[in-house]
Ligand binder design. Structure first.
Ligand SMILES: Nc1ncnc2c1ncn2[C@@H]1O[C@H](COP(=O)(O)OP(=O)(O)O)[C@@H](O)[C@H]1O
Ligand SMILES: CC(=O)N[C@@H](CCC(=O)OP(=O)(O)O)C(=O)O
Length: 300
């Protein structure tokens, strides 16, 4: 039997593994923060593949840290409980009843589902939220909006939406030398014990910055960042990103995502990438191929 009888068979698999080798060597021991968005985790097969990818990273000596969202799942639970919800610039306005549901869904249900998926894929995972070990110290997020008529900056009250002030990495540092993969729900805690709902992108960026991660990967439900004509862009600079936010090319949930990536590279993360988590093995394609897979956010 010749190689041509084996389309996508052993020779191609071997080539793929060989191509991955230099990247595996380059990333040996590196911390990779993976933001796993609520939209990216919808499908059961994709969720299983995600877990397998994370286990593979750990197996080859990389240190994945998973920070997850769960916006659609929070929406569904709030709907069942008949609690109304609204968003300002991609952030959920969070009152006392809402923050309770957010914590239940994120730190309870979703966090443990991801832990179970990783364990089922043969890895070891430990699920925590920003309260555990005082991981994410937060304060109430301050937001202002300019009134288009008077041009005066007005305060917008988002309720219990948190702004991470300090990331206590000691628990994550301890886990780094072990087999355990941390899975983090974006719930923060105030000095007074108040629970805060933190946008998962923001939490992932703060954690990636504090850990000086090699890469921050933001898994979402689009190919990457799209320009005004809806074409995929492979790289996006700071200046262009800000212009596109101002003219509406980038909107909604993509705004905190881009702001987070910009903040992370400023804080010393080598690369921040937005990629399609619905594509099977998106993480492996990003890390172990020459051209990567998503939109890379750059300074300048
Ligand atoms: N320029 C843009 N390029 C890509 N997506 C965009 C853009 N502007 C807005 N979006 C929206 O941002 C969404 C991703 O943000 P979000 O829904 O918060 O995802 P996640 O739940 O994964 O965090 C996309 O589904 C898309 O509708
Ligand atoms: C303040 C704020 O908006 N918090 C988010 C937290 C979850 C999240 O960010 O989930 P995704 O990554 O799936 O969008 C929320 O309540 O939906």
């Amino acid at each position: 039997m010749s190689d041509t009888d084996l389309p996508g068979g052993p020779p191609e698999i071997a080539r793929t593994l060989i191509e991955a080798l230099p990247f595996m060597r380059r990333y040996q021991g590196a911390v990779m923060v993976i933001k796993y968005g609520g939209h990216a985790m919808g499908d059961e097969t994709v969720a299983r593949d995600f877990a397998r990818d994370v286990v593979l990273l750990k197996q080859v000596g990389i240190n994945p840290v998973v920070v997850h969202g769960g916006g659609p799942q929070i929406k569904a639970m709030l709907g069942r409980l008949k609690i109304e919800s609204s968003f300002v610039d991609g952030l959920r306005v969070t009152d006392a009843a809402t923050v309770e549901v957010v914590e239940m869904v994120l730190a309870g249900k979703i966090n443990k589902e991801i832990v179970t998926a990783i364990q089922t894929a043969g890895g070891k995972a430990i699920g925590i939220c920003g309260k555990d070990g005082g991981l994410i110290e937060a304060v109430k997020l301050k937001r202002t909006k300019r009134d288009p008529d008077s041009l005066i900056e007005e305060a917008v009250d988002l309720g219990f939406v948190g702004d991470p002030q300090r990331i206590n990495t000691s628990l994550l540092d301890t886990l780094r030398g072990t087999d355990f993969i941390p899975v983090i729900a974006p719930i923060g805690v105030g000095a007074d014990g108040q629970t805060y709902n933190i946008n998962a992108d923001t939490a992932a960026g703060a954690i990636a910055g504090a850990l000086r991660a090699r890469k921050l990967m933001m898994l979402t439900d689009v190919r990457g960042v799209m320009d005004a004509t809806r074409n995929f862009v492979a790289t996006l600079t700071d200046t262009r990103a800000r212009a596109w936010i101002a003219d509406g090319t980038i909107s909604g949930g993509m705004i905190p995502k881009i702001e987070t990536c910009l903040g992370a590279v400023e804080r010393g993360v080598d690369a921040a990438v937005i990629l399609d988590g619905r594509v099977p093995h998106a993480i492996l394609l990003e890390l172990f191929t020459e051209h990567g897979f998503g939109t890379q956010i750059l300074r300048g």
